[in-house]
Design a protein around this ligand. Sequence first.
Ligand SMILES: NC(=O)c1ccc[n+]([C@@H]2O[C@H](COP(=O)([O-])OP(=O)(O)OC[C@H]3O[C@@H](n4cnc5c(N)ncnc54)[C@H](O)[C@@H]3O)[C@@H](O)[C@H]2O)c1
Length: 281
Amino acid sequence: MLRTLAFVHGVLFSPRTPPSVRMSSTGVDKKGVLADKVALITGSTQGIGFAIAQRLARDGAHVVVSSRKQENVDQAVALLKEEGLIAKGMVCHAGKAEDRDKLVTMVADQYGGVDFLICAAGVNPLVGSTLGASEQVWDKILDVNVKSPALLLAKLLPYMEKRGSSSVVLVSSVTGYVPVPKLGPYNISKTALLGLTKTLAVELAPKGIRVNCLVPGLIKTDFSHILHEDEAFKKDFKNLYGMQRTGQPEDCAGIVSFLCSPDASYITGENIIVAGFSPKL
Ligand SMILES: NC(=O)c1ccc[n+]([C@@H]2O[C@H](COP(=O)([O-])OP(=O)(O)OC[C@H]3O[C@@H](n4cnc5c(N)ncnc54)[C@H](O)[C@@H]3O)[C@@H](O)[C@H]2O)c1
């Protein structure tokens, strides 16, 4: 007699598999596809970064969350631990070299390095004309959004190449494909990340490190609150692209877990759009 089988993210369960085998009393999926792996996620105390950290931890990884303020780091770690997940945290302003160095030292001391690096930290200090942007604005956007993933990865590289199956996920935006007016330097930084993904994927492939890119569309977070408060924009957006719901941070998390998992072991250099539409069409 045929039994119904469920395939859950690389693990096959029959309906008779007791839930305790899948999920321990602590909430961590001990047999999770990312079990015993270590993931470092920048900009991860809320929004998309937090949803990714939570998902990777639910899939078995030890996660290290970070952002600019200690209280936010503490709160995010506490939330993850409340769920029985394995999490640590450290303050890291992604644009500051000394903060990046401290983070690298911490993960090297505690875990001997990391298997996965997810760069979710991103800023946009300007709504206005591209050519009206000050040099300070350009520097801030390019420092945090574009340079910091490359500089952090450079420091982590000696540890990541030893792990054997490392994965990096950069976080771009559909504005990198389809520029949103008045967000010029931000749009440009997100296009640069598509290029950074391609270049690093080729450069790091011989070292066994895969580099892919998450490309979110409009996702409901504090970062995008101005757009969500604009009812006319949201109506046009829904009419134009069809999906009648708003993207949530969790919509971006499963794909990152997949990109880190062995199921994606032959996938590198890809930009994967999670936007409710495809700007490539
Ligand atoms: N929300 C969207 O619609 C959307 C769409 C496309 C791309 N993105 C990208 O997704 C990423 C996450 O955005 P979000 O919407 O989750 O924002 P969010 O504001 O909800 O969360 C951003 C997180 O990054 C942290 N952060 C901000 N600046 C930082 C810095 N300099 N160093 C370290 N941490 C920093 C914040 O403290 C917070 O934890 C960003 O790179 C953003 O560009 C967001």
